[in-house]
Design a protein around this ligand. Structure first.
Ligand SMILES: NC(=O)c1ccc[n+]([C@@H]2O[C@H](COP(=O)([O-])OP(=O)(O)OC[C@H]3O[C@@H](n4cnc5c(N)ncnc54)[C@H](OP(=O)(O)O)[C@@H]3O)[C@@H](O)[C@H]2O)c1
Length: 279
């Protein structure tokens, strides 16, 4: 599996399993176990997904050495505010996952209050220094959020996980992140099903047919070729395998350009600058 070296030297697998909307309990446990059996070594969870405990249990029961699995989790916005509440939430993730450390902890969403983001980041830095998080990063941060954070950060964010798919290829943000040595992770690679409709579908199908591949595989290969981390979610074993094999596909320059041509700057998830304050 291709890996990326983060700005603090930590090695991150370029491909993993997303677990948003994977029902907590046995469903999450079984699907993570199946993914690990297939060869997935990177699991993306979050406090907000409610399945950290199942992810942790599946990792333990897999008997795969802990050091060989990369786990990402995220601090939920509902814990923003008081320092004590933030610390308690971070401790809870470690406890619920039942792991000695988390490979990568992210701030799930930026606050509209710069000071709040800075406060959370300073607490993240403490956990990082203490070895409880091997790496720390952010999610849904726009360029201006990053620039604000960097003014006071002692530890630079290693990752920014953002919505990214052929309809929203995030080229300007990606370019900026490269200049500050921050790895971009794509979420929602299948654009809430929009890649299976209309013009995007026609273009992706044409490319997929050339390689005897599928549309999800083309999208995964496109992201990996751009040096982006891809974390598609599925609760179906056949799709887990199909997506996993997407890593083997290498698209020609011409075909990468065809996928790039789908970009319309179309956001399908929430706009980070327009989330409600209470959310
Ligand atoms: N940081 C954030 O704010 C944020 C936000 C959203 C997501 N994420 C992370 O990113 C991960 C991926 O995003 P996502 O789950 O929203 O969307 P996604 O991975 O783009 O798409 C998942 C959807 O595609 C279907 N699917 C998966 N593989 C398929 C295949 N080979 N063929 C056809 N359909 C397929 C899944 O259905 P089945 O499950 O029924 O197969 C599911 O409906 C999440 O799980 C989460 O870990 C992060």
């Amino acid at each position: 599996m291709k890996t990326y070296i983060l700005n603090n030297g930590v090695i991150m697998p370029s491909f993993g399993l997303g677990t948003f909307l994977v029902e907590q309990g046995e469903s999450a446990y079984e699907i993570v176990k199946s993914a690990l059996k297939i060869g997935y070594r990177h699991i993306d969870t979050a406090q907000a997904y409610g399945n950290e405990a199942d992810v942790g249990r599946a990792i333990k029961d897999s008997k795969i050495p802990r050091k060989d699995i990369f786990v990402t989790s995220k601090l939920s916005r509902k814990y923003f505010g008081d320092e004590k509440v933030i610390r308690a939430a971070l401790d809870e993730s470690l406890k619920v996952l039942d792991l000695d450390y988390i490979d990568l902890m992210l701030i799930h969403w930026p606050s509209h209050d710069i000071e709040q983001n800075r406060l959370i980041w300073s607490i993240f830095e403490e956990y990082y220094m203490a070895g409880k998080f091997k790496a720390i990063g952010v999610s849904n941060f726009q360029r201006h959020h990053m620039e604000d954070l960097l003014k006071t950060a002692k530890v630079r964010p290693v990752v920014n996980q953002v919505e990214c798919h052929p309809l929203l290829s995030q080229q300007p943000l990606h370019k900026y992140l490269e200049t500050i040595d921050c790895q971009m992770t794509s979420y929602g690679p299948f654009a809430k099903g929009e890649i299976f409709k209309g013009r995007p579908y026609e273009i992706l199908l044409e490319v997929a047919k050339k390689y005897g591949a599928t549309i999800p595989q083309v999208v995964i290969a496109w992201g990996l070729e751009r040096q982006i981390v891809m974390i598609p979610k599925s609760v179906h074993e056949d799709r887990l395998l199909e997506n996993f094999k997407g890593q083997e596909l290498v698209l020609s320059k011409e075909d990468l350009e065809k996928v790039n041509s789908i970009n319309r700057g179309r956001r399908l998830y929430t706009d980070p600058d327009n989330t409600p304050d209470t959310w």
